[in-house]
Write a protein that binds this ligand. Sequence first.
Ligand code: PLP
Ligand code: ZN
Length: 442
Amino acid sequence: MSYHCWFECIRGCGRRYSIYDVVYRCEDCGGLLDVEHDLEALKDRSPAEWKQLFEQRTRTNQWPYGSGVWGKKEWVCPQVENENVVSMYEGHTNCFWAERLGKEIGVPDLWVKLCGNSHTGSFKDLGMTVLVSVVKQMMADGKPIRAVACASTGDTSAALAAYAAAAGIPAVILLPRGKVSTAQLVQPIANGALVLALDTDFDGCMRIVQELTTDPTIYLANSMNSLRMEGQKTVGIEIVQQFDWEVPDWIIIPVGNLGNVSALGKGLLMMRELGLIDKLPRIACAQAERANPLYLSYLTGFQEYRPVKAQKTLASAIQIGDPVSYERAVKVLRAFEGIVEQASEDELANAAARADRTGMYCCPHTGVALAVLFKLVERGQIKPSDRVVVISTAHGLKFTNFKVGYHDQNLDEVISRHANPPLELRADYSAVSEAINRAFGY
Ligand SMILES: *Cc1c(COP(=O)(O)O)cnc(C)c1O
Ligand SMILES: [Zn+2]
């Protein structure tokens, strides 16, 4: 059976392109392009057969199907030849029962999908494997591509640099100077990318990379390019698969450029279309109060949308004022009875720290999602019997300065309610034993 996908204008004007065309917007109406699949062809397998196929490939080593993304290749990007797939076996991240935290807040069926347990430490790997594979295929077919390029708040560049290096393709990275964590900055440096730190914010980098990539030999790797969404959409499919094909009640996701929530929705809608599920979860988007254009638009029922100037936030990967995938995300929120909530710096930092006390190690963006979870539970919008999945988007170890600042109690606008600084003591038995007694109240 020949499965097939293509680019199609999201505004419904009908314009289509090959996924091997170097094009990021509809040339008729300026709309973004989505990847669409021949769903009729995909209906040649029954829902049970798809489930069985996906299960059978999970964690096998049959190239490239052991990857969480490429194990669903027919749904993601069927045309790419297996020999051109660039994969580091991303996906299949753990979705674990956050038992203690859930019980503390009165929602015992709470789960965390740890997308940061991945090759470069964030969910961005899921999309980048697809985009870089398509570029490798294009180059193998003789397209004159010199490099891949992206603007980034840190994690996109880490993923692009790693996958491009794995494929032997040059990468150009545009970062807002001083606005990404040290770990995020050093990742593309280590992978040999050309790293350009610019005196602007993410939105400023985004404008320049869009201009740069009007040159068709420099291929755009931002999520405006919907190939990334094809990989990222597996996160929703994987969550359902991890619950033995049961759909949770809520999925909470931190959002910035709005590519990931659009992808989450896309994967779940595809599952419903192909009969693997018959209901949808509700989706809650979590924004940082200091970069909240989606939240403000939500308050108007999505009647109005105004880009904002994103303010500095600890949740640096979502410090975005003019999200590229706004239209896509609104469609998803409408289909999933979605809601949008925001979190202040104090709320996100304390939410992350509170969860850390139950054994997690949350990045600030996961802190935003958890703070929103706490609000929705308090407000009764999430019920005690609901099954809730929080998407953790990056590994906490990428954000050491955030953690250190919190426990040193020197983050702006944050009162560290769970600070746990080390006690510095004389190297002396009685000092140590006294400290233990004091700490545990013996
Ligand atoms: C990219 C990113 C996000 C936001 O995803 P969008 O697709 O931009 O909405 C959230 N958290 C982390 C850690 C990220 O790297
Ligand atoms: Zn169009």
